[in-house]
Design a protein around this ligand. Structure first.
Ligand SMILES: Nc1nc2c(ncn2[C@@H]2O[C@H](COP(=O)(O)OP(=O)(O)OP(=O)(O)O)[C@@H](O)[C@H]2O)c(=O)[nH]1
Ligand SMILES: [Mg+2]
Length: 479
């Protein structure tokens, strides 16, 4: 039996996008071919996918750093770079994904359910894609974006068919070791089991899993002992087995009162009332134990429980028990509505990338924050003047210059785009709002205007131009 690892920290890195390519078509006798640099390929995502053949998080415990492949750069001849391959990480059914702060990001239930843990970077556009009427032969291309880096925590609640519940040292781990091939730690001191063990039992045609979990004591539902830890794991089991110790040496305990205590804890914890449950009287190889078992059997049956007398040590009554559990599990599976929640792909919430903000900081620096401007900066090759010019145009079209003006920025002021720890800082040179243009229509000043929607701005520009054309045509110097 593998050790049950139920919590791992995982560091995932998506692939970087490939850079776009800047290239000019070359052909004999046609010296002035157009731009033909292809786009870079997207970087691969890191995706967690439920795979029912995986039962533990052990693999991630051993190698917690995982990376998807990068996209390839674009090439000349309009060849796009190859996309990076997604890295699909199989996880057990019932894996919960948390962020570093303990917030739940996803609860993965059902074969095939997926969660995109880190998104690949976009590939950069090649110069062919950047060509426009105004910019016929761009001498630059956009850089690929870095892939997401995420630190996540995976947690696994046991998803076993059967949970063994009972006092410490009742023999739960012993029972699982003889019912299945599992080899859990067994000892005669309380709380030997600190994390749940999982065993696979075959009873005829039915194969099911049994979880062996830490012992319960009075107050467990309030967090005493390892109680809560234990109860959290029981939540997803469909059958409960009370393992009662018939040979305990503690004078204040007997199978009936033990059962009451455990039932009370289950009730306090809540949500487990509908699980079918049976009673196992363990340790009947001990003569006193056998006597006690026979004494309490009818009481237990009167309370509606099916009762099995067993000995984990002497291998008594195990077959009957395993077949009875197989039947209960089979019935529970048949009654369970088919999981429809399969093949869901959960993506991190899309960020609203429409807006941006300009703030003036204490040191006089103007900071621009926003999904688009920050992405555009990442895509820019700052060694290429043309690429920097293209960035300036994009920022201007988005209205960043206008907002900088409104915020009081002047030529030469420092502007930072991006967060404090990762920003591009430059001296601002307003590109268009210089001289007469700044005044706009007669008597108006752009700096005092509210920003209008792009459509309206265009209409106004066109109207202005039409008026200028009319004025020009109507002008008669000889009048
Ligand atoms: N005589 C006898 N002893 C048993 C039997 N089953 C378990 N034991 C003993 O009881 C002690 C506790 O057994 P475990 O299987 O560790 O009990 P547990 O319920 O898993 O205990 P925790 O993990 O502490 O909750 C060990 O010394 C076992 O050898 C049995 O059928 N007969
Ligand atoms: Mg145990």
């Amino acid at each position: 039996m593998t050790t049950f690892v139920d919590r791992v920290e995982l560091h995932v890195a998506a692939g970087n996008g490939g850079h776009g390519c800047a290239s000019v078509h070359r052909e004999k006798f046609k010296p002035l071919g157009g731009p033909d640099g292809g786009n870079g390929g997207r970087g691969g995502d890191v995706i967690l996918t439920v795979d029912q053949s995986v039962t533990t998080l052990l693999d991630y415990h051993h190698s917690p750093h995982r990376k998807a492949t990068n996209g390839k750069p674009g090439e000349g001849g309009n060849r796009a770079g190859k996309e990076g391959q997604d890295l699909v990480l199989p996880v057990p059914d019932g894996t919960v994904v948390l962020d570093g702060a303990g917030q739940v990001l996803a609860d993965l239930v059902g074969h095939g359910t997926s969660y995109v843990a880190a998104q690949g970077g976009r590939g950069g556009l090649g110069n062919a894609a950047l060509a426009s009427a105004r910019r016929k032969a761009p001498g630059f291309a956009l850089l690929g974006e870095p892939g997401d880096l995420q630190d996540i925590v995976l947690e696994l609640k046991t998803v076993a068919d059967v949970a063994l519940v009972g006092y410490p040292s009742a023999g739960k781990s012993s029972l699982i070791s003889v019912l299945s091939a599992a080899k859990p730690k067994i000892a005669d001191y309380p709380f030997t089991t600190l994390v749940p063990n999982l065993g696979v039992v075959t009873a005829g045609a039915t194969v099911y899993t049994v979880a062996d979990v830490p012992g319960l004591i009075p107050g467990a539902s309030q967090g005493k002992g390892l109680g809560l830890e234990f109860l959290r794991h029981v939540e997803r089991c469909s059958v409960l087995v009370h393992v009662l110790d018939t040979a305990t040496l503690e004078s204040d305990r007997d199978p009936l009162s033990d059962l009451d205590v455990i039932e009370e804890e289950l009730k306090q914890y809540g949500g487990l009332g509908d699980r079918p449950r049976i009673v196992v009287l363990n340790k009947v190889d001990v003569p006193d134990g056998k006597d006690l078992a026979e004494m309490v059997r009818s009481d237990l049956e009167a309370r509606g429980f099916r009762v099995f007398e067993v000995s984990a040590v002497a291998h008594i009554g195990l077959k009957e028990l395993s077949y009875a559990l197989g039947e209960l599990v089979g019935a529970a599976r048949a009654a369970k509505p088919k999981e429809e929640a399969t093949r869901i792909v959960i993506r991190p919430k899309a960020v609203d990338d429409a807006g941006f903000s300009v703030t003036r900081e204490d040191d006089g620096l103007f900071r621009v924050r926003g999904e688009k401007p920050e992405r555009w900066v990442r895509q820019t090759d700052f060694n290429n003047d043309e690429a920097v010019g293209y960035l300036a145009d994009r920022l201007n079209r988005l209205g960043v210059e206008e907002e900088l003006m409104k915020a009081g920025a002047r030529a030469g002021d420092g502007v930072a785009i991006g967060p404090e720890d990762n920003a591009v800082v430059f001296d601002w040179e307003p590109s268009v709002m210089a001289g007469a243009e700044m005044l706009g229509r007669r008597g108006e000043d752009h700096r005092l205007e509210e920003q209008r929607p792009a459509v309206q701005r265009r209409r106004e520009r066109e109207a202005e131009r039409d008026e200028a054309v009319r004025e020009f045509e109507a002008f008669d110097p000889f009048e």
